[in-house]
Design a protein around this ligand. Structure first.
Ligand SMILES: [Fe+2]
Length: 230
């Protein structure tokens, strides 16, 4: 009886350990910003960056982690794979998984003013092919940002034919999601939620979108374009 109880305890503890290990491996984490919170000023102010990253993005991470118990496979899948099968999940995974993916990308595709470089020869060629010029791309992209009603994102994507396109999504949706109207691989993203700009720009979303191009980290965008068109 004692042996049986000990064995039961051992099995129970192994199961518990396994469960803990699975949850632990599944935990989504908030990476530090790749620059100081005030490094994007004067385009985006320090306080906006601190609140946006430390509170909003952190909340998406926490809320996504809370869904791992309901959907254990979230622990084992790359974030991109979760996006591509989003129709299987609930709105909490959609909003918070999207929020986590979108913000991770957003921090990376920005750099302090003057440090973002330029589009690569390959990407610049594709921009000219698909939009006519970089200025035309910026106009089309900013139009997406301006006309997305309510909260959402503007995107530059590589579609399944390796062509560039601009689009926008509502809330925390993104073009990787199987539920998105326009699908593709994001290489550039602009957060047009008010939390991204309201302290500095108030209701002038267009001014924010125009100024934001000074922050684009073309080094990272070039890398993403190369990976998407391999
Ligand atoms: Fe945001």
């Amino acid at each position: 009886m004692i042996i049986k109880t000990a064995k039961s305890l051992l099995v129970a503890s192994l199961i518990a350990f396994g469960a803990v290990a699975t949850v632990s491996a599944a935990t989504f984490n908030l990476a530090p910003l790749p620059y100081a919170a005030d490094a994007l000023a004067p385009v985006i102010d320090k306080e906006t960056m601190q609140i946006h990253h430390g509170r909003h993005h952190q909340a998406y991470v926490n809320n996504l982690n809370a869904q791992v118990e309901t959907f254990p496979e979230l622990a084992t899948l790359p974030l991109e794979a979760i996006m591509s099968r989003m129709s299987r999940y609930n709105s909490a995974v959609r909003n918070n998984g999207g929020g986590h993916y979108n913000h991770q990308l957003f921090w990376q595709i920005m750099a302090p003013p003057g440090q973002g470089g330029q589009p690569s020869v390959e990407l610049h060629g594709a921009i000219k092919r698909d939009f006519g010029s970089l200025e035309a791309l910026q106009t089309a992209f900013n139009q997406e940002a301006a006309t997305r009603f309510g909260s959402g994102w503007a995107w530059l994507i590589v579609d399944k034919n390796n062509k560039l396109a601009v689009t926008s999504t509502a809330n925390q949706d993104n073009p990787l999601m199987d539920v998105a109207d326009v699908q593709g691989t994001p290489i550039l993203a602009l957060d047009v939620w008010e939390h991204a700009y309201y302290l500095q720009y108030q209701n002038k979303r267009g001014d924010y979108a125009t100024a934001w191009w000074k922050l684009v980290n073309w080094h990272k965008v070039n890398e993403l374009y190369g990976a998407a068109t391999k």
